[in-house]
Structures are given as structure tokens and as C-alpha cells.
Design a protein around this ligand. Structure first.
Ligand SMILES: O=C(O)[C@H](O)[C@@H](O)[C@H](O)[C@H](O)COP(=O)(O)O
Length: 256
């Protein structure tokens, strides 16, 4: 049974630093335990702050960045190198400064890639890439030590939006059209894929996220508030600043 822990820190800057420190330790532990780490990145402003904080963290030098798989939970379906792509922003924030093995950095396809502007074909390609790295006992997905997610004001995670077709996806990867958050076309892990991660970390800062965090932690339905469905097999971690935690029931809070 997965446990849910809610960690509340004073502000967005401290949140980014705290998540960065937690991520580095988690990667180091995974590499000590399994010789490898597998992390799923996300997009958005908070995620970029976290990655920048990792780059500034001295302990990041304790990570063997050649022994890690990086995946994405979603991507804006734009040409390679487009500044709005989550991959572009992650590379600028951190990845280009690391001695990563390029073969283990699994960016989602771009709209000028082998499938052109066919987002459905590009989603299928990423599903195939995931399956090719599947862990023992699974035919479709690798082991994910940590899957990070930002949280939208409407309660979306990755590119799974309230009552949008993607939240009904039963496969591992879906194409998203007419996204409520621009750009309109995206690729996203499905909720069932997200739920295979050992730990799911939901990271949100600011008062505009308070409603979504409060509803998700308070037990809202995952179709209406997708963040409510983003749970890990071992742990679900809500990492919030005080403003985003304003609606979280006190009983749910734990400063661990
Ligand atoms: O591609 C995206 O936009 C993200 O994957 C999206 O799910 C993001 O994480 C949330 O919208 C939160 O974004 P902010 O942290 O910028 O509010």
C-alpha cells in the first residue's frame, strides 16, 4: 500500500532547493542499491527551478550521471530544440552540464522527428522505447525510481487534463490534442504508466495551486483532478510551499 506524505516548506525557492536535495539523495541511494537510477522528469516553471537547484548543489557531484536513465512524463509536441519543449528547458537548466550517457536520455519525439507531425505515431514510438527498456516482470515499462510532476491550477499533471481524453488512456503513452495548456499538441505518459513508479513526487508552489493540491490530497476523483490519481507504488510525496498547501487538511501535513 502506497503511503502519502505531504511536505510543506516556506516558499518556492526553498521548495526547489529541498526537492533538489531529496532528488540527489534518492538517485545516490538507487545507484547504491541497484547500481542504476531511473528518473522521470516533467515540465513547467517549478520543475525547471528544481533542475537548476540540482546543478548548484555540491552533492550532485556524488552522483554517477553515467548510470542513470532519464525519461519524460510529457512533452510539448514541437520541433527539436524549440524553447518551449520540456527537453530543451531541462537541458538548459541542468542536463547539458552533466556527464550523462546520451543513450540513456530518453527525450520524447519532436514534431520534426521520424514521425513528422503525427503525434499518435510519436507517442507509439515512445511507448516502444519504454517497452524496450522494460524491467523484469513488465512487458511495457522500465522501473521508475522517482517520477516527478508539476501540478496545474486545474489539477492536471503531465499532460493529463481534467476530463480530457488522456485521463481515460489505458496504454502507456498518449497523444494529446487541443490541450487546455498551450501548446495544443503534446505527448504524455498515461495515468496507469505514472502509477507504476516507485515514488511519485508532486511539486507545486504558489497560491494558484492551493485549490488543486487541496482537492487532490483531500480525495478528489482522478478524472476531475488528475493529480489525485498520481500515486506511486511505494510512496506519493507532495512537495509544497506554504501558499500551495493553504487548502491541505492539517491532518494530511507532515514535515518530514
Ligand atoms: O508540459 C507541461 O507544461 C508540464 O508537464 C505541466 O504538467 C506542468 O508541470 C504543470 O503545468 C505545472 O507547471 P508550472 O510549474 O509552470 O506551474
Amino acid at each position: 500500500m502506497s503511503e502519502t506524505v505531504v511536505v510543506v516548506v516556506p516558499d518556492a525557492d526553498i521548495l526547489a532547493s529541498a526537492v533538489a536535495a531529496r532528488l540527489v539523495v534518492r538517485i545516490i541511494d538507487a545507484q547504491a542499491e541497484r547500481g542504476w537510477a531511473s528518473i522521470v522528469l516533467t515540465g513547467g516553471r517549478v520543475a525547471a527551478k528544481v533542475l537548476r537547484a540540482v546543478k548548484e548543489l555540491p552533492a550532485s557531484d556524488a552522483v554517477d550521471w553515467s548510470r542513470i536513465d532519464l525519461w519524460w512524463g510529457d512533452e510539448r509536441f514541437l520541433p527539436a530544440g524549440h524553447p518551449d519543449r520540456n527537453e530543451t528547458q531541462a537541458r538548459a537548466a541542468l542536463l547539458d552540464a552533466l556527464a550523462l550517457d546520451p543513450a540513456h536520455v530518453h527525450a520524447m519525439p519532436a514534431s520534426d522527428g521520424p514521425d513528422g507531425d503525427d503525434a499518435k505515431a510519436a507517442a507509439a514510438r515512445y511507448a516502444h522505447e519504454l517497452a524496450a527498456a522494460a524491467r523484469p516482470g513488465s512487458s511495457e515499462l522500465p522501473h521508475f525510481d522517482v517520477l516527478m510532476l508539476g501540478v496545474g491550477e486545474d489539477g492536471h499533471v503531465a499532460s493529463l487534463f481534467p476530463e480530457h481524453p488522456g485521463v481515460y488512456e489505458t496504454g502507456t503513452v498518449a497523444a494529446v490534442h487541443n490541450s487546455p495548456k498551450p501548446p495544443p499538441t503534446r505527448i504524455t505518459l498515461s495515468m496507469p504508466a505514472i502509477q507504476t513508479a516507485e515514488e511519485v513526487w508532486l511539486i507545486a508552489a504558489g497560491k494558484d495551486k492551493a485549490a488543486a493540491a487541496g482537492m487532490a490530497i483531500g480525495g478528489a476523483g482522478p478524472k476531475q483532478v488528475p493529480a489525485a490519481g498520481a500515486v506511486g507504488t511505494v510512496k506519493t510525496l507532495w512537495l509544497l510551499d506554504r501558499a500551495a498547501a493553504a487548502n491541505v487538511p492539517p491532518r494530511a501535513r507532515s514535515l518530514r
